[in-house]
Ligand binder design. Structure first.
Ligand SMILES: NC(=O)c1ccc[n+]([C@@H]2O[C@H](COP(=O)([O-])OP(=O)(O)OC[C@H]3O[C@@H](n4cnc5c(N)ncnc54)[C@H](OP(=O)(O)O)[C@@H]3O)[C@@H](O)[C@H]2O)c1
Length: 273
């Protein structure tokens, strides 16, 4: 039984980077937190910091999301939370290199974390949110998923899943009070790039102005929950870059005119309810 009256938020990959920034913002907004990660020490440090600073209830759970039995335990736990208001599927990691040269186990692990864990937690959390007619889900994808042919095959494919899954889910959940956002950041200055898997990546090749802080990404994402859009790319520079790369500059004008048309013709998804 939950004795706190505060709304609850559960964040995966909460021990560092964007997940950690989400945790800080939500604690400052009065949310009790359930923080999931595989790094116990980092989770404990963050929990102490947040409980001291914001006096919120902070629960930590050490879970390797790529492990099916650990994910099953988490699934059972989440299915028993009655007041989960925000679920953030943020855990993830990168891989670089050729599809056939990456370790198969690492690629499988990536599919488990980016796809299976995200799907499973949405599947158990949403029914209760629908019952309460209130809930927010942020699924973290990547801007690279919106730019075909750039980057790593499995990373991009799993992040494309996150986008398609979230958009379809949002369409199906319209009028239920449950809001889905799929967050597509560009370059975020986190430990993401320090991993063994990305040791070939050279930060200096990316212009400084293209980097965002994890704090800014989390802040903008939470603000954007109030907007009526599912795909959210944080940062104007990222949105301009994306539009230029995918549609060319003419895309800006196409978007402008299609917005005007959309005001007259309501384009809705055709889904069974
Ligand atoms: N940084 C970027 O430029 C960027 C751009 C676009 C999208 N993203 C996405 O943003 C999300 C957050 O990334 P970030 O930049 O904040 O990276 P980060 O600082 O490395 O944080 C990711 C967190 O996820 C955790 N994690 C990874 N695999 C896990 C597993 N199997 N089980 C439990 N936790 C696991 C990591 O734990 P460990 O530290 O113990 O591995 C880490 O705490 C990811 O989904 C990433 O794909 C990042």
């Amino acid at each position: 039984m939950d004795l706190s009256n505060h709304p609850k938020s559960l964040i995966t990959g909460a021990a560092s980077g964007v997940g950690r920034a989400f945790a800080k913002h939500l604690a400052s907004q009065g949310y009790d937190l359930v923080l999931i990660d595989k790094d116990k020490e980092k989770l404990e440090d963050l929990s102490k910091e947040l409980s001291n600073e914001y006096l919120q209830e902070v629960e930590i759970r050490v879970v390797n999301l790529s492990n099916q039995s650990e994910l099953n335990n988490l699934k059972d736990y989440v299915s028993k939370i009655d007041n989960l208001e925000i679920l953030i599927n943020n855990a993830g990691f990168g891989l670089s290199g050729h599809f056939t040269r990456n370790e198969l186990d690492k690629q499988q692990e990536m599919i488990n974390v980016h796809i299976t864990a995200c799907f499973t937690l949405c599947r158990v959390a949403i029914p209760k949110m629908v019952e309460r007619k209130k809930g927010f889900i942020i699924n973290v994808s990547s801007m690279s998923a919106l730019i075909p042919l750039l980057g790593n095959v499995v990373y991009n494919a799993t992040k494309v899943f996150t986008i398609t899954f979230s958009e379809a889910l949002q369409a199906e959940l319209r009028n239920t009070g449950v809001k889905i956002q799929v967050l597509c950041p560009g370059y975020v200055d986190t430990g993401f790039y320090n991993s063994e898997e990305l040791k070939g990546f050279k930060r200096a090749t990316i212009p400084k102005r293209m980097w965002m802080t994890a704090d800014k990404v989390a802040e903008l994402s939470l603000k954007a929950l109030k907007k009526d859009k599912t795909i959210f790319v944080p940062g104007l520079k990222n949105r301009i870059l994306l539009r230029t790369l995918t549609k060319g500059l003419s895309g800006l004008f196409v978007k402008f005119f299609s917005k005007m048309i959309k005001k007259k013709i309501s384009l809705t998804y055709l889904v069974e309810t």
